[in-house]
Each structure stands twice: as C-alpha cells, then as structure tokens.
Design a protein around this ligand. Sequence first.
Ligand SMILES: [Fe+2]
Length: 195
Amino acid sequence: MFELIRLPYSPDALEPVISARTLSFHHGKHLQAYVDNLNKLLPASGLEELSLEEIVKKATGPLFNNAGQVLNHEMYFQQFRPAAESVEPPTGKLLQQIEKQWRTLDAFKAEFEQKGVGLFGSGWVWLQANAAGELSIAQYAGADNPVAHGLKPLLTFDVWEHAYYLDYQNRRAAHLVALWNITDWSIIEERYYNC
Ligand SMILES: [Fe+2]
C-alpha cells in the first residue's frame, strides 16, 4: 500500500508562488486520488511487490497513469522550499553540466519555461539525465515521465491546470517563472549526484 507523502513544509509556506488553497487541493485531493487509485489497481496486477519506480517502468494503462502521477507529484512537492527562505542557485557538478550544455543558468531556465509553456494540454516538463550524466529538458504528456524512458528524473514543473489555475488562471508562463523562487536546487543536485 502506498501512502500520501507528507509535505516537508507548512501548507502556506509556498505563498505567494503556490497558495495554501492550491496546495491543499493539489496535495490533499489530486495526489490523494492518484494514491487511492494506485492502491485499488495494484492487487492482482502482478506488480504489487515492486517499488514505485519499477511499477512505473512496467505498468500500462490506468495503473501506469496513477503510478506515474504519484511518482511525478512526490518528486514535484519534495523539490520546493519555503518562499521565505532565500534561493541558492545550483553549484558543483550540476551547475558545471548546465553551463556546459546551456552556457548559463538563465538560458537553461528560459528553455525549461518555454517547454513548459509550449506543452499542449496536461503534462510535465522535466530536467532529466542519461547514464552518462548528460542533461536534457523534455515535455511529457499526462502521467509520463523520464523513469518510464530509462532516464533519471531531476526537476519537474507540473503544467496540469490543477497545479496553478486557482492562483494564476490561464497565466501558465507567470506561474512557471515564479516556481524558480521556491525551487530547492540542493535537492536537484542530490538527485543528480545519485545518478
Ligand atoms: Fe499535479
């Protein structure tokens, strides 16, 4: 049985980037529903002994959709830090690789935002790494994610409307730009180092 993750910050900690109201629906209703559906679909699937990542790699149909959404949201919610804390830019190996491939962090962010804005419909924009540590930015529709494609998931922005509509309505671009103010790069670095 999978359980809803606890958020590592208080419900209003991400304001004004993500309101407590959005967070309560997104985490308490949307993610809870994916967890509940995953738990309903797992018995008799033959995959019930596997880790979430292994389920995502092997499942298809509704089981894939719900397992994928649980994995996506867990990584999404765990990569943020309270808005009141100052944001430290990435350092070390991750920054070196970003600068090698995009020249500057700002150029990387611009492509990430542009791919998030340009994704048609519901989905996720991801920073992912391959086995050689090379980075790429990818658009994934629905519940799809890097794990399903054998890649390492590092950073993700949720572009389903439920992630921002209460606070930003149709202004997806403004929401994505604001997310950098709560992105905890130390967590993204840790994910990259564990590649
Ligand atoms: Fe979401």
